[in-house]
Design a protein around this ligand. Structure first.
Ligand SMILES: [Mg+2]
Length: 285
């Protein structure tokens, strides 16, 4: 049985603020493991239709809705069908942990050039995997990042641990950093994380309430940003989308939902509440 949590006191306060001032609320969410179930081949991930529908409904009332992902922005837009989704015509997608941006309002992508160090590491990576005894680990080129996946290997956990050191050493050599995830080591330039991305979005949107949903180690900076924003006087809520593989994020969250299905249900309830509120105002209630 999946154990989910009830809302923390700070979370209750934040939800009251959302209902009071939805137009001053930023709702930001990770893609994989939150809108989209985790799959063996990341190229085949798709967003849950129920999650996208509910996100589009909620977006009608909220100040800003955004997706913040480690994926290239274009890939998240395509896999999520985010350029076709009803109600998401003001959506912002921040890709590569905030380095790339797509605006639904204009359809434009802002994608800076790939760092040279990524190509250099890619050229050396297979040799490092071979020397560590796991040449079958899958290398994914993600534009400004490289990912080494051990998910499809028989000894996935052992391979992950065996590769962690050598891959980190290679990244260090080229001035890059390694972000460990669920059976994946992601190599990318330092200086960008989901926490910086979330804080910048909150400032741009002049948000008084911020909600962030994530599921993985790469989301920890965003969960920490939620705490910082709260300390700075905003209402803020972090939601952990429960996964069987990663629980280190859980202790930082205000609410635990049961994976992407649970998050889709939570979004639908939020959209329902916002509809009720909008109707009450429409009828002078
Ligand atoms: Mg994720």
């Amino acid at each position: 049985m999946v154990m989910t949590s009830s809302l923390s006191d700070d979370g209750i306060e934040a939800m009251r603020a959302v209902m009071r001032e939805p137009g001053r609320t930023l709702l930001a969410t990770d893609f994989d493991g939150v809108l989209s179930p985790i799959v063996d081949d990341p190229q085949t991930a798709t967003a849950l239709p129920a999650a996208i529908t509910a996100l589009g409904r909620a977006a009608q009332c909220l100040g800003q809705v955004a997706v913040i992902t480690g994926r290239p922005a274009r890939q998240a837009v395509e896999l999520g069908g985010l350029d076709q989704a009803r109600g998401l015509d003001e959506l912002i997608v921040l890709g590569q942990y905030g380095v790339e941006r797509w605006d639904a309002a204009t359809g434009e992508y802002q994608v800076p050039p790939e760092p040279r160090a990524i190509a250099d590491v890619e050229a050396a990576l297979l040799t490092v995997l071979e020397q560590a005894g796991h040449p079958q680990a899958r290398i994914e080129h993600k534009g400004r990042a490289l990912a080494v996946h051990t998910r499809t290997l028989d000894d996935a956990d052992a391979a992950f641990e065996a590769l962690r050191g050598p891959v980190t050493a290679l990244a260090d050599e080229h001035g890059l950093k390694v972000e460990p995830g669920k059976l994946v080591l992601e190599i990318r330039p330092s200086g960008t994380d989901k926490g910086d991305a979330l804080k910048a979005l909150a400032a741009d949107a002049r948000a008084r309430t911020v909600i962030y949903a994530g599921d993985d180690l790469g989301d920890i900076p965003a969960f920490e940003a939620v705490r910082e924003l709260r300390a700075a006087g905003l209402n803020a809520l972090s939601i952990y989308s429960l996964s069987s593989e990663e629980s280190a994020v859980r202790s930082l969250s205000d609410l635990v939902v049961d994976g992407p299905e649970g998050f889709a249900r939570w979004l639908a309830r939020l959209a329902d509440s916002l509809d009720v509120r909008a109707n009450a105002f429409a009828h002078g209630g």
